[in-house]
Structure formats: C-alpha cells, structure tokens
Design a protein. Structure first.
Length: 106
C-alpha cells in the first residue's frame, strides 16, 4: 500500500468534501403543508432560508406550531437525504474504503 499516495488522496477527498458542502449551501429544498398554508425553504445543509405562513394560521397558535413541526421535519429530512447522497458520492468516488474509517468524512 502506498502510504504517501493514500495521504494525498485523503487530502484531495477532504478538499472535495469541503467544496461539496459549500455548493450545498446554494441547493434549495422547498417543502409545504398539504394545503399550502405553510411553506419553508432550506439549503441542503439544513439552514432555513425562508418561511411563509398564511394569515389564517396566525389565528391558532397550536395549529401553527403543529404545521411548523411537520413541514420543517419533512424539509430537514429531504435536505439530509440530498446532503448525504452528495457527500457519499464524493467519498465513494475518490477513496478506497479502509476498515474502520467509514465515518471519517461525515
């Protein structure tokens, strides 16, 4: 096994992961409630960019909280899936799997 080559590959992969994470800041995930009264936009890195709330939801605090929880969780799940897929593609493409190092790049 070429240790120097492996270290170079590791450094290159880490750089590609950082570039991918930066790019994921510009990938937007839109989610909304079934009735479209609440809409959220997140980045693929799970940062909330916008929340749009229909005025009718402002009359019922409990309902609004339920909507926020439901829609934000759905959006976060979608963003997490996109994020994981993108980062997995970078690490699997460039790195030979070394036993015990599978979680190093997450």
């Amino acid at each position: 096994m070429d240790l120097m080559g492996m270290m170079g590959k590791l450094k290159e992969t880490q750089q590609k992961i950082e570039e991918t994470k930066k790019r994921l800041d510009s990938v937007l995930i839109d989610e909304q409630s079934n009735d479209a009264l609440l809409k959220v936009t997140l980045t693929a890195n799970r940062a909330i960019k916008s929340i749009a709330i229909d005025d009718s939801l402002l009359e019922d605090k409990d309902q609004l909280e339920d909507y926020l929880i439901l829609v934000l969780n759905k959006a976060i799940e979608k963003a997490t899936n996109v994020n994981q897929t993108e980062l997995d593609a970078v690490t699997k493409m460039d790195m030979p799997m070394i036993p015990g190092m599978e979680d190093l790049f997450k």
